[in-house]
Design a protein around this ligand. Sequence first.
Ligand SMILES: Nc1nc2c(c(=O)[nH]1)N[C@@H](CN(C=O)c1ccc(C(=O)N[C@@H](CCC(=O)O)C(=O)O)cc1)CN2
Ligand SMILES: NCC(=O)N[C@@H]1O[C@H](COP(=O)([O-])[O-])[C@@H](O)[C@H]1O
Length: 282
Amino acid sequence: MVLIGRWPDPAISLASRHGDVGSQRRAGTRLRPSGTAASGPCNAVTPSARTSRTAAHPSPPAGLPPLEPPPKKRLAVFVSGGGSNFRAIHAAFADGGVHGEVAVVVSNSPSCSGVAYAQSHGIPTLTYPAPKADSAAGLTDAQLVAALTEEHQADIVILAGYLKLIPQQLVRAYKRRIVNIHPALLPSFGGKGYYGIKVHQAVVASGARFSGPTIHFVDEEYDTGPILAQAVVPVYPTDRPEQLAARVLKEEHKLYPQCVAALCEDRVTWRHDGVPIMWRAH
Ligand SMILES: Nc1nc2c(c(=O)[nH]1)N[C@@H](CN(C=O)c1ccc(C(=O)N[C@@H](CCC(=O)O)C(=O)O)cc1)CN2
Ligand SMILES: NCC(=O)N[C@@H]1O[C@H](COP(=O)([O-])[O-])[C@@H](O)[C@H]1O
């Protein structure tokens, strides 16, 4: 796998910048969970972030109360099927690798295994939109926004294999706080009709030699929001779509938890022209 990233001046410290994620809810400045200034941008966080977080909890100056870590970011995760990306993110939270927690899971398919996994771990679940067959069973757009902002107090929204359009009302309520994972290198092979195996069928049919996951911020259309991170895998001319899907999915499960960690630790800033930059914890 080859990682592609932009490399502005690594000396810039993120500690003096405000991330968009979570700054709406916090008053004043707080020590970031890792307690360290970020160093250099990346499109994926290296495993060393975990050790730097351990090393970075400073002992308070004599006579002062111990520093309290900031509250964990609360995530709303949207799924439609197996939820393998949700499980990868949840596992990263469980081992303390990411300073966040899943507050609620939302699905258009209440019987999908992603919902079953959430319920087996005591995570509340919501249905949006209502399944066609039973319109009484799901939330309206307004009810969804109220549930996430008031009842569950979600800081960040994560789309993980979710197959329905996120409504304008939610996109506006969570400006620069909703991300999605797409199994191809956007802007290619994205948009309405490009989901699941259909994406990989199109990539193989095109003769492209590379593919890989894209993590992007969500706007009001499918797959057109600003790109946060990508990873690249080879596409072989002999590949069947299922083989490519498995190769890409393996990279999804590495890249998404790293991006979610950066969002939870306020290590994402925005370039003047609206391009997001993910900074590596050192
Ligand atoms: N407002 C946004 N909502 C969603 C986005 C987004 O970028 N902005 N991303 C999608 C995820 N996605 C690709 O990453 C995607 C999902 C589904 C479709 C699609 O064509 N869906 C079909 C219905 C499929 C079904 O019901 O089984 C359709 O709309 O006709 C395209 C891209 C999640 N939401
Ligand atoms: N356009 C959206 C899309 O195709 N998403 C894709 O659905 C697959 C299943 O996700 P999951 O195993 O996390 O449910 C994943 O490959 C994800 O990238």
